[in-house]
Design a protein around this ligand. Structure first.
Ligand SMILES: Cc1cc2nc3c(=O)[nH]c(=O)nc-3n(C[C@H](O)[C@H](O)[C@H](O)COP(=O)(O)OP(=O)(O)OC[C@H]3O[C@@H](n4cnc5c(N)ncnc54)[C@H](O)[C@@H]3O)c2cc1C
Length: 417
């Protein structure tokens, strides 16, 4: 059967935080867009549930904050750690120059469903679920569309602009032959959930001990746990008795010694292979990559979602008018990379430094560990905690929704009311 043919101004591959935010903003600015998402819904394994103060600020600028905060979430005001036997607070979000002085923990599917629902109010927005992009279509060196597999068969989408927002294993960037710089990572992370009881502590916590790093995120009735291991160690661990793994967790966090028994085996544990990379060029004529597709982030600091959303805002601000007028040039795409490359570079450099100087050392240490001087200072001087709070909560060069897109949304809402 001949593939169905669709034409649209902008086709976005991937409905994650970057793709859905860009789709929402462009549709609000009346640019006909189509988001192709390979999954049938937004329900996935844990992929980070953090909605940062900067994203909450964007929600405010879009007039969506109050409604958004009605969704179930936990507010996290500070980040705490236990290094060896010393407990300290590392970051305090309360003093950020943003409307919300906290990180909202919310399942990513709630966030994406919210954006999809809000975007569906705009006639310019189309979302196709179970639509997997398999290739790009090129003509004379320019990307002019994508091919996708859907439940109804093959589809060919022609677009003035294709946006690769399909995450760190991006098919779009691979097919476009964009060159990637890899930075390496000394660790992988095992993610799993443990039941949380009323008697448990409330703090979201990182525990650093000789050879061990264990993260516990308070998600109300459960803990979202990240057990950091040295890269490549997973296969060796799998050969050991699973009880050894349970015992290691119970030793790090004695208050979960009962709930850890609920972990039945390795099927209850999800491996995140940590990767840090960045495209040398984020675009080609007719194509732009944003979010993890342009730069896979380390989980250090939990900032990947924030960067993906900030990329989407910068892209929408620069592209909404030229896209509407059918006038997108390579210069527009270059401007987006120029705007977002600095925050990405700086954040990745910090992440790589933490990976090398702290994580790699802790994971290979055999003797009891003590907090390094910089961490002790954070613990002692509350004012200093505003620095990591700023980097994690707001990031470098925070983006704001352009007045044009803010106004556009108000006009459409007023008409539909
Ligand atoms: C286990 C884990 C924990 C994490 N924890 C955090 C955290 O605490 N805080 C944080 O900020 N970040 C965290 N991250 C990173 C964060 O999830 C990413 O940085 C962020 O989701 C990037 O957003 P994105 O939209 O660019 O890509 P993604 O979220 O990866 O979205 C890409 C989307 O594209 C779809 N897709 C992929 N291929 C195709 C295709 N061929 N066709 C159509 N659709 C496609 C995918 O289904 C997905 O919906 C974590 C990641 C993982 C895996």
């Amino acid at each position: 059967m001949a593939p169905e043919k669709i034409s649209v101004r902008c086709c976005i591959a991937g409905g994650g935080p970057a793709g859905m935010m860009l789709g929402y903003l462009l549709a609000r600015a009346d640019v006909p867009i189509l988001v192709l998402e390979k999954h049938g819904n937004f329900l996935r394994d844990f992929r980070g549930d953090t909605i940062h103060p900067s994203t909450l600020e964007l929600m405010h600028e879009l007039g969506l904050l109050d409604e958004f905060l009605e969704l179930p979430h936990q507010k996290v005001y500070e980040l705490n750690a236990q290094v060896g036997e010393t407990r300290l607070t590392l970051a305090d979000f309360r003093h950020l120059p943003t409307r919300c002085g906290f990180v909202a923990f919310m399942p990513q599917w709630d966030f994406l469903n919210f954006l999809a629902e809000k975007a569906s109010r705009y006639p310019a927005f189309k979302l196709s679920m179970e639509a997997e992009v398999t290739d790009i279509i090129e003509d004379a060196g320019r990307v002019i569309g994508v091919r996708a597999k859907t439940a109804q068969g093959e589809v060919e989408v022609r677009a003035d602009l294709v946006v690769g927002a399909d995450g760190r294993s991006s098919i779009v960037r691979e097919k476009a032959g964009l060159r990637v710089k890899e930075f390496g990572a000394p660790m992988d992370v095992l993610w799993f959930r443990l039941a949380r009881t009323a008697a448990d502590p409330v703090a979201t916590m990182g525990r650093f001990d000789a050879g061990r790093i264990f993260i516990m995120l308070n998600r109300g009735d459960y803990w979202q746990c990240g057990f950091v291991i040295a890269k490549g160690q997973y296969e060796e661990m799998r050969r050991q008795d699973f009880a050894t793994f349970r015992a290691a967790i119970a030793k790090l966090a004695p208050h979960v010694k009962d709930s850890v028994q609920e972990l039945r085996g390795w099927d209850d544990v999800k491996l995140l292979t940590v990767r840090v990379d960045r495209l040398l060029e984020w675009f080609r004529p007719g194509l732009l990559c944003i979010g993890d597709s342009a730069h896979a982030m380390s989980p250090v600091g939990g900032v990947g979602i924030n960067l993906a959303i900030q990329d989407a805002v910068a892209a929408a601000n620069i592209l909404s008018q030229p896209l509407r007028e059918g006038q997108v040039t390579v210069e527009h795409l270059r401007r987006i990379q120029q705007r977002r490359e600095l925050p990405t570079r700086v954040t990745q450099s910090l992440q790589v430094a933490v990976q090398r100087r702290i994580i790699a050392r802790v994971l290979t240490e055999t003797k009891p560990i003590k907090p390094p001087l910089a961490v002790r200072l954070l613990g002692k001087i509350p004012l200093l905690r505003r620095i990591p709070a700023r980097i994690v909560g707001v990031g470098i060069r925070p983006e704001h929704v352009s007045p044009e897109i803010r106004r556009a949304g108000t006009a459409v809402t007023a008409v539909s009311n």
